[in-house]
Design a protein around this ligand. Structure first.
Ligand code: TRP
Ligand code: SF4
Length: 434
């Protein structure tokens, strides 16, 4: 898929993407150099193990290596849950507690709430002006979700705009990477198209050519030739390599040339791509290996299907739920052999058990050597062990709600600095500075 990047190719220091100098005051120079990652989750209920293994675990991993912005997408929740404001209100801080419990470190990651930043709505509105209706109607999740969530009326303006609001979330922070599941890949793709279109429509200032020439003149002759070569190669082939090389050169110039401005960085990056100034940055989807943990019945884990285990589910409840999990229907009696591939418990073993335990399951199941309750015990133990540190951390935060509010407050203000700067650039580019 275009625009996809694999985590392991993105080590610190290599091919470092654009960090515009118009970004907020860095917390430390080290962190400011890290490419930005942005992702959000909808507060529609307690987080469960499926969320943890499918997304949150990855968020925690990314925070060491990237400048991570994670937010509660409460407006996105409203697109489907506009008739149930209680759910959202209840879930916002609960979800943040789950994030912190899972190991998100507020010192490293910026945690905030979407609706606290009206700038997202402003960008959404401005982008909406030039976004063709067909682009939104054709996003695969659109018809999909309308069909799946047939108990809700999703023939709304807000729901059609869902991916465009998401695009605004991403573009407002000039995020380099967006960790999302496969189901959201089309939204990142749309975001890229929206950014490209915006830059195309508004990225060319009146004296663009003149400004480009002035910026290029600051480079050495060799660098000028090298840049021209990469630009030509990218224009002809569209390959990522010349683009990355050209971008690296611009970043070196930004870091090393006295009097170089952030605007010149933007200008040359835009020029390199053959567009005008790149005001909004095209993000890349970050597909990391995530673990798929199905629900207790083998279908997708979802609170609304009643097949989930909450991250902070009580131990007795965990035990009860796993013990009641359906198994291979062929194992009616204790001495009927089974096939793990037909059993959701096996899917849990694939996530939670080591090789030795998995071998024990496979052998025991197919020969009727073990019973299903016996088979489930290691899963129960592993879930309880996994939850233990979550529960401990969560308790600390739950007993001090002010601290959680403070974390969100700090994150929101940090995010606001970036969002405001982008909006200034956007308004200027669109000619809204009367
Ligand atoms: N649509 C995402 C989801 O349902 C949530 C989301 C909203 C998001 N805005 C985003 C994810 C921006 C990544 C980036 O999971
Ligand atoms: Fe499933 Fe384990 Fe029972 Fe086999 S023994 S059917 S894998 S629970």
């Amino acid at each position: 898929m275009a625009g996809a990047a694999r985590l392991h190719q993105r080590r610190r220091g290599t091919n470092r993407p654009i960090e515009s100098a118009s970004s907020p005051q860095p917390r430390s120079p080290e962190i400011a150099m890290q490419p930005r990652v942005l992702s959000g989750m909808r507060p529609t209920g307690a987080m469960h193990l499926g969320h943890y293994h499918g997304a949150l675990k990855n968020w925690v991993r990314l925070q060491d290596e990237y400048d991570c912005f994670y937010f509660v997408a409460d407006w996105h929740a409203l697109t489907t849950h506009y008739e149930e404001r209680e759910v959202i209100g209840r879930s916002v801080y609960e979800m943040v507690v789950d994030w912190l419990a899972a190991g998100l470190d507020p010192e490293q990651a910026t945690i905030f709430v979407q609706s606290r930043l009206p700038e997202h709505a402003e960008l959404f509105t401005l982008l909406a002006m030039g976004t063709p209706l067909g682009w939104l109607e054709r996003v695969p999740t659109y018809k999909d979700q309308i069909e799946k969530l047939s108990d809700r009326d999703l023939a709304t303006y807000g729901f059609l705009g869902y991916p465009l609001l998401q695009a605004a979330d991403i573009l407002i922070y000039k995020a380099a990477f967006v960790p999302v599941g496969e189901d959201q890949a089309s939204h990142v793709e749309l975001t890229r198209e929206v950014a490209r279109r915006f830059n195309h429509l508004y990225g060319r200032s009146a004296d663009f050519e003149h400004q480009v020439a002035a910026a290029l003149a600051k480079l050495s002759k060799d660098d000028q030739r090298y840049f021209a070569k990469q630009k030509r190669a990218f224009g002809e082939t569209g390959l990522a390599e010349p683009l990355a090389k050209g971008e690296a050169l611009v970043q070196r110039a930004a870091a090393g040339i006295d009097g170089w401005t952030a605007q010149q960085t933007e200008l040359l990056l835009g020029h390199l791509r053959g567009a005008g100034r790149s005001i909004l940055h095209e993000p890349q989807a970050l597909h990391t290996e995530v673990t798929k943990l199905p629900g207790l019945d083998g279908a997708k884990m979802s609170k609304s299907y009643g097949n989930s285990i909450a991250m902070r589910e009580e131990p007795a409840e965990v035990e009860r739920k796993v013990r009641r999990m359906p198994t291979d229907p062929a194992r009616v009696h204790r001495n009927d052999p089974g096939n793990p591939e037909k059993c959701p418990v096996w899917q849990f073993h694939k996530v939670y058990s080591d090789k030795a335990t998995q071998d024990w399951v496979w052998q025991g199941c197919t020969t009727a050597g073990i019973g299903c309750l016996e088979c489930k015990q290691p899963v129960i133990d592993a879930i309880l062990a996994e939850q233990k540190p979550w529960r401990e951390r969560a308790e600390k935060y739950l007993s001090n709600p002010k601290q959680v509010h403070w974390i969100v407050e700090t994150g929101t203000e940090r995010a606001r600095t970036v969002a405001k700067q982008t909006m200034r650039d956007v308004r200027e580019a669109m000619g809204l500075l009367y």
